[in-house]
Ligand binder design. Structure first.
Ligand code: UD1
Length: 364
């Protein structure tokens, strides 16, 4: 029997968003099929999340791998079209803003299949970010737009989206965090790295704007060097960052006793490191939200964020690559005078439940 619902996952930040949805569909005994595009494929960028989060094996694996944006997006479209033509689902659910999101939305829509976009409406207003292009285009063709924060509503309204299609449901990634928090706290991973609670900063850097050219990457390393003189840092290195550190021969410059480099980590290990960190320095989107929920200071190495609620109510500040700003905030964090986070509307662990209810009521 064909399933009426397809759920798409492709890259690391998708997997923590689809896990709570899958659990909810199972709870409601609604049949679905899971499609993994293979945009991310290394064990520690993909399968470890399926294992950590109890996501079952995908029904279809498209095996597209890496490539330029055009190559990767096109390969996903070609492979996904074959599956969709055979299976004819009624609804395709895409999450986030990666290449798999826009590629699958586009294929579905051109075959007159409805599309739901989870985490719709976020805007950095920076079209140099590939994700911003993916978000805007996906939202233009999606039939159902599920949003995480109020700013998304204003953005979508300005772009001419019919607000009857928009549903303010909260944040599925926070559902996932809530579901896994106790398990992550108990796994004690930070102790395996010989770290003490609140005695280190946690770093993640992978955006092309920070790591793809030598000058930007050098600047980031300069920042890390300043921080490691103040406090120990743990830095799980993303494959894009690793490749560029090697390409520009910068390995020696981050080889410092106070910088602990690791491979990309699984969900539970990383969450354990987050919970026990004194602060986080990142250029990720999702981590701005997770740290805000956990009330852990987070400095974002970007000049904009598509998630403004994390600054307004959460623990986030934008620091670009401005070393003076970073020094100021690190001083505040280390002297415990940095701002505290407040609770954020509908980030309560019930978002997947709200989404599935809407899907049952309105779509299937
Ligand atoms: C992608 C997403 C980005 C997300 C990030 C999280 C897009 C446009 N970008 O960026 O939004 O924040 O994932 O990780 O969809 N590589 C591996 N192993 C893998 C995957 C990639 O070694 O499993 C290598 C690739 O060869 C490539 C580099 O990592 O050189 C970057 O991968 P790519 O998928 O192009 O983009 P990300 O930077 O991961």
């Amino acid at each position: 029997m064909t399933s009426e619902i397809f759920i798409i996952g492709g890259a690391r930040p998708n997997f923590m968003k689809i896990a709570p949805l899958i659990a909810e569909f199972k709870k409601e005994r609604i049949d679905f099929k899971l499609i993994h595009t293979g945009q991310h494929y290394d064990y520690n960028m993909s399968k470890i999340f399926f294992d950590n989060l109890g996501i079952s094996k995908p029904d279809f694996f498209l095996n597209v791998g890496s490539g330029s944006h055009a190559v990767q997006t096109a390969k996903i479209m070609i492979e996904f079209e074959k599956v969709i033509l055979k299976e004819k689902p009624k609804l395709v659910i895409v999450v986030g803003d990666v290449n798999s999101t826009i590629a699958c939305a586009l294929v579905a829509k051109k075959l007159f299949i409805e599309v739901a976009h989870i985490e719709a409406g976020l805007r950095s207003f920076d079209l140099k970010m590939p994700e911003e292009i993916n978000r805007k285009l996906t939202d233009q063709i999606a039939d159902y737009l599920f949003i995480t924060e109020e700013s998304a509503l204003n953005n979508l309204e300005k772009e001419g989206i019919d607000l009857n299609q928009v549903f303010f449901v909260g944040n599925v990634m926070i559902d996932n965090l809530i579901r896994n928090l106790e398990k992550a706290k108990q796994n004690g991973y930070y102790k395996n790295l010989n770290l003490e609670n609140k005695s280190y900063g946690l770093i993640t850097i992978h955006r092309p704007s920070n790591v793809d050219n030598r000058e930007d990457l050098q600047k980031v390393i300069e920042i890390l060097n300043y921080i490691q003189n103040q406090i120990k840092i743990v830095f799980p290195v993303h494959p894009r960052t690793q490749k560029n550190i090697e390409k520009y021969n910068l390995g020696e410059e981050i080889n410092k006793p106070n910088i602990l480099l690791t491979e990309p980590l699984g969900y539970l290990e990383f969450l354990n490191l987050m919970v026990n960190a004194k602060f986080i320095l990142t250029d990720s989107g999702g981590i701005q939200e997770e740290a805000s929920y956990l009330d852990i200071p987070i400095l974002t190495l970007r000049n904009n964020t598509e998630r403004p609620i994390t600054i307004e109510k959460g623990t986030n500040e934008l620091v670009g690559n401005d070393i003076d700003k970073i020094k100021k905030y690190i001083d505040m964090i280390l002297s415990n005078s940095y701002k505290n986070g407040q609770s954020i509307e509908k980030w309560d662990g019930k978002t997947a439940q709200r989404i599935v209810k809407i899907i049952i009521d309105k779509i299937i």
